[in-house]
Design a protein around this ligand. Structure first.
Ligand SMILES: N[C@@H](CCC(=O)N[C@@H](CS)C(=O)NCC(=O)O)C(=O)O
Length: 232
């Protein structure tokens, strides 16, 4: 057994939550086994390991489960603390990073699904809400991190970079999978130009670009999951 102990990641293809954890383990050079979960038929191991939410990702460290991607990232950073850091040392800056990661998961991600699930005028409103939330995110990041990008720690991806990038770098696949015409129906790159400039930087980072799910396979998986052709 490696000095890291036995590390197993229960994840599923196309999940940005699983992908964040995979990136953190790879950044830190922690050897791990990846177990692909079929969420339509969850394994006993997943149900036993995450009995409350029954979701991936779960990290098993020497057989002990850690659930929820943001908590797993913190665990990884605390346990393997001398490798490249995901979170900054300063407690106030750490809390700001956690705040914006949570905002992205609780507000922005949910708003994306709202666009996918609505039609007509409701969908126009959902899209406006999505643009507005990204504006709040843009303004907050500029205000709280005026001098240093919170998405990178030097050359490396940071906690927030992993959280945002693993999701936002795949918006195009969501759009292709869920709308008849492969033109943007969720995102508005012009009105959220700053956010998408950050996404472009994240996409260009080798750890991100080498580990994002292949576009065509992701589109196929999302089509199978969400298939619908809204008439706007
Ligand atoms: N807050 C959780 C969300 C994880 C999550 O939603 N996972 C999805 C896959 S992307 C899942 O396992 N869904 C299964 C289900 O809802 O039954 C985290 O950050 O880990």
């Amino acid at each position: 057994m490696d000095e890291s102990g036995e590390v197993v990641l229960l994840g599923t293809f196309g999940s940005s939550y699983s992908k964040r954890v995979e990136l953190a383990l790879k950044l830190k050079g922690i050897p791990f086994a990846y177990v692909e979960e079929d969420l339509t038929s969850k394994s006993d191991l997943l149900l036993r390991s995450n009995p409350v939410h029954q979701k991936v990702p779960v990290l098993l460290h020497n057989g002990r489960p850690i659930c929820d991607s943001l908590l797993i990232l913190e665990y990884i950073d605390e346990h393997w603390c001398n490798a490249p850091k995901l979170l900054p040392e300063d407690p106030y800056t750490r809390s700001q990073i956690r705040f914006w990661a949570d905002f992205y998961d609780q507000k922005v991600k949910l708003a994306t699904y709202h666009v996918l699930k609505t039609k007509g005028k409701d969908q126009d409103k959902a899209r406006e809400d999505f643009v507005g939330l990204l504006r709040v995110f843009e303004e907050g990041i500029q205000r709280d991190f005026p001098t240093k990008s919170p998405f990178f720690n030097g050359e490396n991806l940071s906690f927030l970079g992993m959280v945002i990038g693993t999701s936002a770098c795949s918006y195009q696949a969501f759009e292709e999978a869920t709308f008849e015409e492969a033109i943007s129906k969720i995102t508005d790159r012009e009105r959220n130009a700053l956010f998408f400039s950050w996404v472009d930087e994240l996409k260009a980072h080798p750890l991100m670009s080498e580990n994002l799910p292949p576009h065509g396979q992701l589109v196929a998986k999302l089509k199978a999951k969400f298939f619908r052709t809204p008439k706007v």
